[in-house]
Design a binder for this molecule. Structure first.
Ligand code: FAD
Length: 396
């Protein structure tokens, strides 16, 4: 299957080689230590890829939906996920923030922050996570409040699921002037939602490492982060209040998650084929059937992503938004099936370390809860029926 175009192909292949030959071997260690994949990011910076979603005029590669050159970005993400799904999640967050700055930022902001990425290897993270319903037995609550002060705002409170908390230098904070909830968990219209660039070296920003102990995606270090009246200057406001919802920017990132799911499934598929050949089981008709199913499922997932990328690149944003959710939905199920086929064809020992399958199974189980698939398909149904629908967060 042909993929990225022209010179972009070389970059995508360089990353695929790094993922295969270097990053895959590190994934188990990051997972066991629940450690941010710092060395992988150092290598991406050294390879000139950290600014993949930075426009070319600012020294980057100009990839991504806003630049109408979407597929190379998503293919890089898929490659990273073949090695380590946590790495891909941290990468997505970084790239998505750069896309937002490109789309909504001022020239001064772009000049300053893109130079940090391209010249100094700075990494970004995007933090909304303020779930309002507490977990059963959980005493703490999450949420931030914003206070206007001279020259900017102060942020007070906490965010959970702060991917890259111990690795990023900057975070785009999605904070609602109308009260706690961020973008995803606020009840209102989102008109007061602001995107604030926060310098994470500020001593009022602290990471609470006691909360993050999940089944998978451990190396995303998606800790709780606390803001103790953190001052954010007015010049760090990206776009106007409300522009995240008005521009439906979350829809540009929904298929990006699916690009990661696909990479994890590709890793499992490659492993399964090698494992089954090694065990001389290629002649077993049930094995053949499962391998055939996996191969077609992965083709289907790739075709969906390419279709959505083409819609973004052709400027058909309304179609791209809905197609992105459809792709996210279908790819979740295709990748789940791939892992199930692998385990059933290969057996129990395929779920033992040091093979990657048990980690992928844990990671996908957790990561696919990032959005609620029931809500996604219901949103698609509402769109088909001509009902009001929310393509950003699929809220009923
Ligand atoms: C690996 C990983 C990394 C993440 N990284 C980031 C990040 O970097 N930045 C960030 O901002 N967020 C991040 N998230 C958080 C994510 O965006 C969600 O906020 C988080 O997954 C919600 O957790 P939950 O499912 O426990 O919570 P809840 O939001 O409480 O959801 C529980 C379930 O209830 C459903 N639900 C919620 N509200 C309602 C309702 N009103 N009616 C009916 N059903 C409802 C949900 O859809 C879900 O299925 C990450 C999540 C994961 C898994």
């Amino acid at each position: 299957m042909t993929t990225a175009r022209g010179g972009d192909r070389g970059v995508v292949e360089r990353v695929a080689k790094l993922a295969r030959e270097v990053f895959a071997a590190r994934a188990d260690g990051y997972d066991r230590r629940a450690a941010f994949p710092q060395e992988d990011f150092d290598d991406l910076f050294a390879a000139g890829v950290l600014g993949a979603a930075v426009p070319r005029e600012y020294g980057g590669l100009g990839f991504g939906p806003h630049r109408r050159n979407t597929l190379p970005l998503w293919e890089i993400t898929t490659s990273l996920a073949t090695a380590d799904l946590s790495l891909a999640r941290c990468w997505e967050g970084h790239a998505n923030c750069l896309t937002l700055i490109d789309a909504l930022g001022t020239e001064e902001q772009k000049g300053r922050w893109f130079a940090g990425v391209v010249e100094r290897g700075e990494k970004w993270a995007g933090w909304s996570g303020e779930p309002q319903a507490s977990r059963h037995g959980e005493k703490r609550s999450f949420g931030t409040t914003l206070t206007p002060v001279d020259g900017g705002w102060t942020v007070r409170g906490s965010k959970a699921f702060a991917t890259g908390a111990t690795g990023a230098q900057w975070a785009v904070l999605l904070v609602d002037a109308d009260g706690p909830g961020g973008a995803r968990h606020a009840g209102g219209t989102g008109a007061g939602l602001m995107l604030l660039a926060c310098d994470l070296s500020d001593p009022t920003v602290t990471v609470d490492g006691s909360w993050w102990d999940p089944i998978g995606m451990r190396a995303t270090v998606s800790h709780v982060v606390r803001f103790d009246d953190t001052f954010v200057p007015r010049e760090h406001l990206i776009g106007d209040p409300g522009s995240y919802f008005a521009g439906q920017w979350q829809t540009a990132f929904t298929p990006h998650y699916a690009a990661s799911f696909l990479g994890a499934a590709e890793a499992v598929f490659t492993y399964a084929v090698a494992y089954l050949r090694h065990q001389h089981k290629s002649g077993d008709p049930y094995v053949q059937q499962r391998v055939g199913d996996m191969a077609v499922d992965l083709d289907t997932a790739r075709l969906w992503l390419r279709h959505v990328a083409e819609l973004w690149d052709s400027g058909e944003r309304a179609g791209a938004r809905i197609a992105g959710s459809r792709a996210r939905h279908v790819i979740e199920h295709l990748t789940e099936r791939t892992v199930r086929h692998c385990v059933r064809a290969c057996g129990a020992r395929s779920l033992m370390r040091p093979g990657p399958v048990e980690r992928v199974l844990r990671d996908l189980t957790f990561y696919q809860r990032h959005d609620n698939d029931d809500h996604i398909v219901a949103m698609i149904g509402r769109e088909v029926l001509g009902e009001q629908h929310d393509p950003s967060f699929h809220r009923p």
